[in-house]
Ligand binder design. Structure first.
Ligand code: ARG
Ligand code: ZN
Length: 876
C-alpha cells in the first residue's frame, strides 16, 4: 500500500458538474441501510464537454446505477476505494443510484452511524461520501429532499434538515417522514437522526415577526437537562439579530443530543447535532464551566447558520473562514452575556497554553493551510482559535462600525455561495478603506510571532522611546518568515500618578489608550510630552496573538497589577510576576538549592485578598497561578517535576502566610441560595473554590472538613466536583476513597457524570495514577468506542504532567497502546489523542527517546491516513 498523499490548495479546480437538486431515500437498518439517491446534475459552462463525472464514495456497496433511467454497465464507469468515475455524461442529467451501508459497525462516527441505538450522521468534512456517491466538496450546493423510512417502534422519530412535508405508515410496521430543505447547501451540512427521542419545544419570534419553532431532542431521561441550552439558543438568536442583523431563515430549528460524537457539535442546516456533553446541563450533574461551555457551543452552532451555512467555504483550506469568524462571534456573545474580562482572560490563557504549543510543534500550520493529507486533522486550535484572533484583529483594525458594514456586505454579496478568505477580507478592506495586504500574512504564515520590546524614558525631553522588534520562528515547511502587521494596543501608566498618560506620537494626540502598528522587523515609537516616567502597558486585551517580551522588573509588574486600567493586563501582570518567581524556584529545584518564596508575590496576593475592588470572577482568575502546562510552555526544556514542585511550593507558601485571608474569602462567598448559572453566582463560587484550593494545598484541618461538607452538598455539581477533586488530589485517601466510591455508585447511571469521575481520579499528582487508568479502563462505565470516555480517561491522563511523563515511559506506552487500538476503530480520535507524544522535542533527552520510541511503534502499524499524517510529521 502506498503512503497517503496530500492535496494542495494551489491545485483547486472548480467542479465540472454541479448538483441542482438532491433527492435521498433512507431505508434504515443497522446492518444494511439502503440509500437511494436521485441527483440532478448540470455541467458547468467552463467545463470540457467530455469531462467525466467524478463522485466520491467510501465504504459503500453499490447496488445499482442509472442515468436518466438507463442502467449503467461496468464498462460505463470505474469504481475504486475512493469513488466512482463515469466516463461520459450529458450536459444535464439525473443520476440514480442505490447503495448499502452498515451504520451499526461504523465506529469511526463519520457518515451514518448508530449511537445508543439511535441513528445519526456526521458529514463534515468528508463524511457524506460514506452515505452515497456524491461530489463531496463544499462548493457543490444543492437543495435537498430527504425521505427517512424506519421502524415505528424503534424509530418513532425520523428527522432531517429543513421542514417536514409528508409522513405516513407503511407495511411491516414501518413508517416514513419526508423533509425538504429549500436552502441550497453543501453535503457536509446534511443530517439525519432517527430513534426513540423526546423533545422539549419552545418558540422564538424573529425581528421580522416570524415564529420559529425550537426543539431539543434527547433521550427520555435527559428531558430535565435541556433548559439551559434552550435559553442559550434564544439568547443567541436575539444577539445575532441585534449585533449582526442576522435573522433565522427556516420555520423550525432542531438540536439533537447524541452520546457518541467525535467533536462538540455540528451546525447541520436546521438540525444541529450535539455531543450530549455539549448540550445537557442540570445543577446536580453539570459544573459552572459546563453551563458556560454549553452556552458558547449552542451559540457557535447557531451562528454558523449565517457564517458557514448561508455563506460557506469554497474548499476545506478555507475552513477558518467559517470557524475563525464563528468562534469570534461566539466569544463576543459570551463576553456580552457574562463577564467580558473573565471571558477574555480564560480564552487567552487557554490560547497561550495550547495554541502556542501547537504553533511551536511539528504539526504547526497556517490559519489557512496550503496542503493536507486528512482534513479532520485540521480542526485545530490554529484554525479555530487563532482564526478567531485574526478576525478580532481585523475588527479592531477597521473599527466595529466598518466591520459590521463589511460583514453585511459579505452576507449579502455571497449569500448561497461558497467563497474564500480573500472574499471576506476584501469586504472588510472595502468597508474601511484600509490596506490589508500585509495583514493577509496572518493567514499564510504559521508560527507565533515574538516581539522583543524595550523602552526608555528621557527625563530631559519628556520622551518615551519604545522599540519593538519582531521575529516569527521557522515552522515545518516555512523556514523564512516575513514581518507581520501587528496591532499593539497600549498605554503608558505614570509611575507617580498611577494613571494612563496621554499618548502623543509624531505630534498626534492618540488618547490614553491607543493602538500602534508594528509592520517592520524593527520600529521605534517616540512618545512626546510624557510628563512623568511611565511603565508601559503593552498588548492590552491581548490585541494580537503574539509573545511579547519586555524586561519588566518585579516592582513594575506589581505596579501594573494594581494600576493598569486594562483589566486583562492587570491579570497578565500578575501572571508575569508569578512566572518570574516560578522561574527562580524551578532553577532552585533543579540545582537542589533551598526554595525561597518571593515576598513581592505574597504581598501582591495579600493586597488582592484584602483590599481588592475588582469583580469576583476576575479576582478568582488573578489568584490563580499559571497552570503547569503554561509554565512548561515558557521553559526552554520542560522539567515536569521541577515545574510541579515549584508551583506547589508557591501555592503552599501563599496558603501558609495568607491562611486567614483565604479562609475569610471562602466564608464571605458561601451562600445558601439555590443554584443558578448566573454570572454573579458563578463568580462567587469560583472565588470561594479558589480559596479552598489554596487551603487544601496545606491540608488545613478546617479546609479538609469544609471539603467533606461540600462533597455532600447534593444540589450543586460545581461545588461537589471541586471538593471531591481537592480531596482526591490531596494525600487524604482515607477520606477520598469512600467519597469517590459513593460518588461512583450514586452516578453510575449518568455517563456525563461518570466522565467527571474518571477525570478526577486520573488527574491527581500521586504516583498510583497509571495503575488507576489501567484499572478504570476495565470499569463497566468505560468504553473505548465512546469519544467522551476516551477523552475523560485517557486524554485527561495525558494532561497529568507528572504521571504521563513518568521516567519509566509507561505513560507513553499506555497512550500508544490506546492510539493503536483506536486507529482501527476511530481514526479521527486516535489522531487527536496522539498529540502529547508529538511534543517530544520539548523534553529532556531521556524522555525524548522514550516518546519517539512509542511514535515509532505506532508507525509500524497499518495506519489510517489520520494517524499517519500526525505521526509522520512528528518523526520528520
Ligand atoms: N463544524 C463543526 C463546528 O465547529 C465541527 C465539525 C467537526 N468535524 C470533524 N470531522 N471533526 O461547529
Ligand atoms: Zn464551528
Amino acid at each position: 500500500m502506498s503512503d497517503p498523499q496530500p492535496v494542495y490548495l494551489s491545485d483547486y479546480q472548480p467542479p465540472a458538474y454541479r448538483v441542482i437538486h438532491t433527492e435521498l431515500t433512507f431505508d434504515l437498518d443497522p446492518a444494511a441501510t439502503h440509500v437511494k439517491a436521485r441527483l440532478l446534475f448540470e455541467r458547468n459552462d467552463q467545463a470540457d464537454d467530455k469531462a467525466p463525472l467524478v463522485l466520491d464514495g467510501e465504504q459503500l456497496t453499490l447496488i445499482s446505477l442509472a442515468i436518466d433511467g438507463t442502467a449503467l454497465t461496468e464498462a460505463d464507469y470505474q469504481l475504486d476505494d475512493h469513488g466512482l468515475k463515469i466516463h461520459t455524461v450529458p450536459a444535464s442529467f439525473s443520476l440514480e443510484s442505490e447503495v448499502k451501508i452498515a451504520p451499526s459497525t461504523n465506529t469511526a462516527l463519520e457518515g451514518l452511524y448508530q449511537s445508543s441505538g439511535m441513528y445519526c450522521t456526521q458529514c463534515e468534512a468528508e463524511g457524506f461520501r460514506r452515505i452515497t456517491f456524491y461530489p463531496d466538496r463544499p462548493d457543490v450546493m444543492a437543495t435537498f429532499t430527504v425521505t427517512v423510512i424506519g421502524d415505528v417502534q424503534k424509530e418513532p422519530i425520523l428527522l432531517a434538515n429543513g421542514n417536514p412535508v409528508a409522513r405516513g405508515e407503511m407495511e411491516g410496521g414501518r413508517h416514513f417522514v419526508k423533509w425538504e430543505d429549500p436552502f441550497p447547501k453543501p453535503c457536509y451540512l446534511f443530517a439525519l437522526v432517527a430513534g426513540n427521542l423526546h423533545k422539549v419545544e419552545d418558540h422564538f419570534t424573529t425581528m421580522s415577526g416570524r415564529d420559529v419553532t425550537l426543539q431539543i431532542w434527547v433521550e427520555e431521561e435527559n428531558l430535565d437537562k435541556t433548559e439551559h441550552a434552550m435559553a442559550s439558543l434564544k439568547r443567541s438568536m436575539e444577539w445575532d439579530e441585534q449585533t449582526y442583523g442576522r435573522e433565522y431563515d427556516l420555520d423550525l430549528f432542531m438540536i439533537v443530543a447524541v452520546n457518541d460524537f467525535n467533536m462538540g457539535a455540528m451546525e447541520n442546516k436546521g438540525l444541529n447535532i450535539f455531543n450530549s456533553a455539549a448540550v445537557l446541563t442540570h445543577p446536580q450533574t453539570a459544573t459552572d464551566a459546563t453551563f458556560q461551555n454549553v452556552e458558547g457551543i449552542v451559540a457557535h452552532e447557531y451562528f454558523h447558520n449565517w457564517s458557514g451555512n448561508r455563506v460557506t467555504c469554497r474548499d476545506w483550506f478555507q475552513l477558518s473562514l467559517k470557524e475563525g469568524f464563528t468562534v469570534f462571534r461566539d466569544q463576543c456573545f459570551s463576553a456580552d452575556t457574562n463577564s467580558a474580562p473573565v471571558k477574555r482572560i480564560q480564552d487567552v490563557s487557554f490560547f497561550r497554553t495550547a495554541q502556542f504549543a501547537e504553533d511551536a510543534g511539528p504539526t504547526a500550520h497556517p490559519v489557512r493551510p496550503d496542503h493536507f493529507i486528512e482534513i479532520t486533522n485540521f480542526y485545530t486550535l490554529t484554525i479555530y482559535e487563532k482564526g478567531a484572533e485574526v478576525v478580532r484583529m481585523l475588527c479592531n483594525l477597521v473599527g466595529w462600525e466598518n466591520f459590521r458594514r463589511g460583514s453585511d456586505a459579505y452576507f449579502e454579496r455571497f449569500d448561497g455561495q461558497a467563497v474564500t478568505i480573500e472574499d471576506f477580507v476584501e469586504c472588510m478592506a472595502q468597508a474601511s478603506g484600509e490596506d490589508l495586504s500585509q495583514f493577509m500574512r496572518w493567514y499564510s504564515q504559521a508560527g507565533t510571532p515574538e516581539i522583543d520590546a524595550y523602552g526608555e524614558y528621557d527625563y530631559v525631553h519628556s520622551e518615551y522611546r519604545l522599540t519593538l522588534r519582531q521575529r516569527t520562528p521557522a515552522t515545518p515547511g516555512q523556514p523564512e518568515k516575513l514581518p507581520m502587521h501587528i496591532p499593539i494596543r497600549m498605554g503608558l501608566v505614570g509611575t507617580k500618578s498611577g494613571q494612563d498618560l496621554t499618548l502623543t506620537l509624531a505630534g498626534e494626540k492618540l488618547g490614553k489608550d491607543a493602538v500602534i502598528h508594528l509592520r517592520d522587523e524593527e520600529q521605534t515609537f517616540v512618545f512626546t510630552d510624557v510628563a512623568e516616567a511611565p511603565v508601559p502597558s503593552l498588548l492590552r486585551d491581548f490585541s494580537a496573538p503574539v509573545k511579547l517580551n519586555f524586561p519588566y522588573s518585579r516592582e513594575e509588574l506589581a505596579f501594573l497589577l494594581t494600576h493598569d486600567s486594562d483589566g486583562f493586563n492587570r491579570w497578565d501582570a500578575g501572571q508575569r510576576l508569578a512566572m518570574l518567581a516560578l522561574d527562580d524556584l524551578i532553577a532552585a529545584h533543579r540545582n537542589g538549592v533551598e526554595k525561597v518564596m518571593d515576598s513581592r508575590v505574597t504581598e501582591a496576593f495579600r493586597t488582592l485578598l484584602t483590599g481588592s475592588t475588582v469583580d469576583k470572577a476576575v479576582l478568582s482568575e488573578m489568584l490563580t497561578l499559571p497552570s503547569e502546562a503554561y509554565i512548561a510552555e515558557q521553559q526552554p526544556i520542560v522539567d515536569v517535576d521541577a515545574i510541579h514542585a515549584a508551583r506547589e511550593f508557591v501555592r503552599q507558601s501563599l496558603a501558609l502566610v495568607l491562611r486567614d485571608e483565604f479562609m475569610a474569602i471562602f466564608e464571605a462567598n458561601r451562600t445558601d441560595e439555590p443554584y443558578a448559572p448566573t454570572p454573579e453566582q458563578i463568580a462567587q463560587r469560583s472565588l470561594k473554590n479558589t480559596a479552598l484550593s489554596y487551603l487544601m494545598s496545606i491540608e488545613d484541618e478546617k479546609a479538609v472538613a469544609l471539603c467533606e461538607e461540600q462533597v455532600a452538598v447534593d444540589h450543586n455539581m460545581t461545588d461537589v466536583r471541586h471538593a471531591l477533586t481537592l480531596l482526591v488530589h490531596s494525600d487524604r485517601d482515607d477520606l477520598s476513597a469512600p467519597a469517590l466510591k459513593a460518588f461512583g455508585e450514586k452516578w453510575a447511571h449518568d455517563p456525563l457524570v461518570m466522565d467527571q469521575w474518571f477525570t478526577i481520579q486520573v488527574t491527581r499528582p500521586q504516583p498510583d495514577v497509571l495503575e488507576r487508568v489501567q484499572f478504570l479502563m476495565q470499569h463497566p462505565a468505560f468504553s473505548i468506542k465512546n469519544p467522551n470516555k476516551v477523552r475523560a480517561l485517557i486524554g485527561a491522563f495525558a494532561q497529568n504532567r507528572v504521571n504521563f511523563h513518568r521516567l519509566d515511559g509507561k505513560g507513553y506506552a499506555l497512550l500508544a497502546d490506546v492510539v493503536i487500538e483506536l486507529n482501527r476503530l476511530n481514526p479521527e480520535i486516535a489522531a487527536r489523542l496522539v498529540t502529547p507524544l508529538t511534543r517530544w522535542q520539548r523534553f529532556d533527552e531521556n524522555r525524548q527517546s522514550l516518546m519517539r520510541a512509542q511514535l515509532k511503534r505506532i508507525k509500524e502499524e497499518p495506519l489510517s491516513s489520520n494517524v499517519y499524517e500526525v505521526v509522520e510529521k512528528a518523526l520528520a
